[in-house]
Design a protein around this ligand. Sequence first.
Ligand code: FE2
Length: 386
Amino acid sequence: MTLSTYSFSLPTRIEFGEGVVKTAGEEAKALGATKVLLVADKGVIGAGLTKPVEESLDAAGIAYELYDQIVPNPRDVHVEEGYRAAKDAGADVLIAVGGGSSMDTAKGIGTLLTHGGSVQDWCGFQLLERPITPLICVPTTAGTGSEVTPFAVITDTTTHVKLNIFDPKAAAAVALVDPSVLLNLPSHIMASTGVDALTHAVEAYTCNVANPHTDAYAIYAIDLIIKNLRKAVAAPDIESCTGMMLGSTIAGIAFGYADVAAVHCMAEALGGRYDTPHGVANALFLPTVTEFNIPADIKKHVEVARALGVNTDGKNPEAAAMEGVEAIRSLCEDVGIPKMKDLPDINPDDFPALAEASEQNVSTPSNPREVTAKDYLYLFKKAYES
Ligand SMILES: [Fe+2]
């Protein structure tokens, strides 16, 4: 095996299992908390998911305040508002409960608490001077992986560009990953977030910045997700929710320390224009892009197919890899992901602009096969027709 030099370290301690969410108070205390800012959106609060965290903070005798102005695709203005709330409260530990939006907003708040300035000052690759305010992340969906990724994606409301604080110093100190929080998740959210997690794993495994450590995480995440997502959508039980929560967190490590690729570039362009849910957008493009990428690395795509449950023994490698694409397509269908044509607002006249936007995405160079705006246009059209 020939290999170029790489490094791998994981700054986040993961506590996994049923009930770990109830240890939030003790974890905050261990991080030296005197006052906590709890960051969560109104839906998560309404579903009662912050309750065990609040009870455990009460039991540990730690005061807290709530910041709930969280929106999908978090914005710089909310990070700054949350920062002022944290500062006014004298918060010295942050706890984010929710999906990627809450966790990324909290990472931004922690960055401003420790570095001052504006969000824009710290967006870029490894610009932080010190670790951010200690952050505990409690994911409530099995998709984003933000509880273990070393970045926060925040939208600049002036330019409408997605910015990225990309730095292991912005990662959560502790991830409390509790599968029981998924038991009452609406099935369409389980489906779309689950396909997002699968996309993280497939793209992390096949992208050209993967390394053996991220490969090990990515391939196991694919196995976990394919074995558990259908059940977790149709009739969730603790077993399938455990499989999905593990799959999502493990996929988060994989893409957090490798990258995503062309599927996410297209999904982010689509989401930016039409506000398509991130997981749905990924699902629209994952089969088409995977098929396009097969010639760039047939061996790895056969391994993806095998992880997806395809019996690849004795088969022609291209045909085996294509069976993997079909396995992804039927999974998306089985969990009720809509067809691109059935989504409101999507207008093929926009595809050239979306193709340009996809090409500009920072993850385009990570795609295993070179992909230009012209290729992206072909992929948008092909996905629309499939
Ligand atoms: Fe994603």
